[in-house]
Design a protein around this ligand. Structure first.
Ligand code: MN
Length: 137
């Protein structure tokens, strides 16, 4: 089901606005599972306003995205962008440089499952510039 005007998840709370410097545009995060040293698998619900996206980054332990609403993008370094819709699942292997975020014309929500976080913290890299982003499609 495509719900391009979705502004927040219909299932999980939208959470708090993200205030770090690793996103362009507004995004919100609700941690559904906080990290612990037994499971090593924190899980967050992330909501992006249209046009919002995170910087290029690397997860040393990998990540899984479960798309819960809207229309978004996922791109690995050196590869074409992939359009994402509700119900899509993205497996991001450890140490793969990538970014994810909303399309210009739609809100976007996904659940981000951070796997193997004992392997190290996310490494944040350069932003996806407006020039790169505007030439995706
Ligand atoms: Mn990621």
């Amino acid at each position: 089901m495509n719900r391009p005007n979705l502004s927040e998840s219909v299932i999980f709370p939208k959470g708090e606005k993200i205030t770090n410097d690793y996103f362009r545009g507004a995004a919100w995060l609700e941690m559904l599972v906080t990290n612990d040293s037994t499971l090593n698998c924190p899980i967050g619900n992330v909501t992006f306003e249209p046009g919002a996206r995170n910087n290029w980054h690397i997860h040393p332990g990998g990540q899984i995205l479960l798309v819960t609403g809207g229309k978004g993008y996922y791109q690995e370094d050196g590869k074409p962008v992939t359009e994402l819709h509700e119900g899509d699942v993205v497996k991001i292997l450890p140490d793969v440089k990538h970014w994810h975020g909303a399309s210009p014309d739609s809100w976007f929500t996904h659940i981000a499952i951070s796997t193997n976080v004992q392997n190290g913290d996310t490494e944040w890299l350069e932003p996806v510039t407006d020039e790169e982003y505007n030439h995706l499609v």
